[in-house]
Design a protein around this ligand. Structure first.
Ligand code: IMP
Ligand code: MG
Length: 173
């Protein structure tokens, strides 16, 4: 299990993140959104996206995990660590990738329950899947093939997050 073919180069990622930053800035102009990063995958994306926006923002992070290896376990851990009041908050969830959508669906519901005025989702990647998702992202960086990818924050069992590109995991290596 090693990183194989490059799917997205560093330059491509950077250009797209800058564009997302402009779109998000336009949307939230005059507001003070809370950028909620889903750790650890969204680490680099959150940092780059923030610097690509021209907004007065707040930042927070939540650590959620559902994956074991390359399979979604269906069991989401970490949601109960979301504390405090989100009353009146305009929350932008920032995550690395939308796969089944279960993670972000659960998070979005929880935030609304905690009083958020508005919850939107920005993901760097969205996998093209046959199955329908319960949740939609308002901003998506790239739609990609339904393969396991690593790099730019995305890991396989904790590895390869530091890669500057996004690569397809080669299961034969
Ligand atoms: P979902 O709940 O199935 O949408 O899972 C989303 C989470 O699973 C993401 O936030 C990632 O942490 C992880 N994930 C899904 N697909 C990949 C992948 O291809 N590479 C690395 N992590 C992934
Ligand atoms: Mg994640």
């Amino acid at each position: 299990m090693k990183p194989g073919r490059t799917l997205l180069s560093q330059a491509k990622i950077q250009a797209r993140v800058r564009q997302l930053g402009r779109d998000i800035t336009q949307h939230y102009r005059g507001k003070r959104p809370l950028f909620l990063g889903v750790m650890n995958g969204a680490l680099f994306f959150l940092a780059d996206l923030l610097r690509a926006t021209d907004l007065e923002t707040e930042i927070s992070c939540i650590r959620l995990a559902s994956y074991r290896g390359t399979q979604s376990s269906g069991l989401l851990r970490g949601l109960d660590t979301l504390e405090g009041s989100f009353k009146g908050c305009h929350v932008l969830i920032v995550d690395d990738i939308l796969d089944t959508g279960r993670t972000l669906d659960a998070l979005q519901r929880r935030l609304k329950k905690l009083g958020a005025a508005d919850v939107k989702i920005c993901v760097l990647l969205e996998k093209r899947r046959k199955a329908k998702r319960v949740v939609k992202a308002h901003w998506t960086g790239f739609k990609i093939v339904d393969k396991f990818v690593v790099g730019y924050g995305l890991d396989y069992e904790g590895r390869y997050r530091g890669l500057k590109q996004i690569k397809i995991l080669d299961e034969s290596k």
